[in-house]
Write a protein that binds this ligand. Structure first.
Ligand SMILES: C=C(N)C(=O)O
Length: 126
């Protein structure tokens, strides 16, 4: 049985999906994009700031399940431009301890919802 997880600090789903689902001890967090739910604005002045907003949104959803970045075991990163890889990593790295960083893949895609520059999903285990 799964539990639906929702944070009103993170953007509402853009379509027919939940922000996250909890199955036993495992949390599946949907791809987050750089919308600041408190203002409704899309943070796209730089890929660094956009990545920060995405990570903050992931953090809000994790917190709604009483979890933190410490419990994240896997991230999936979707980017519009792989040339942003180093900039994205510089921000992403601030959310994890290097020695316990989650598994991850990063892929460049043709388009993302709302034409954002980055979307990140994650899996966390309590
Ligand atoms: C933004 C998303 N997570 C989606 O469209 O699936």
């Amino acid at each position: 049985m799964k539990k639906i997880i929702f944070s009103d600090l993170a953007p509402s789903p853009l379509g027919p999906y939940s922000q996250a689902t909890l199955s036993k001890d495992t949390l599946y967090v949907s791809g987050q994009i750089g919308i600041d739910q408190s203002t409704g604005s899309f943070i796209n002045d730089s890929i660094e700031n956009e990545t920060h907003q995405v990570m903050k949104n992931l953090g809000y959803v994790l917190a709604a399940a009483d979890m933190t970045f410490e419990e994240v075991v896997k991230c999936s990163i979707f980017v519009r431009d792989m040339d942003d890889f180093a900039k994205i990593n510089s921000v992403y790295a601030t959310y994890f301890k290097e020695e316990t960083a989650p598994a991850r893949e990063t892929v460049q895609v043709a388009r993302l919802p709302k034409d954002v520059g980055i979307e990140i999903s994650c899996i966390a285990v309590k």
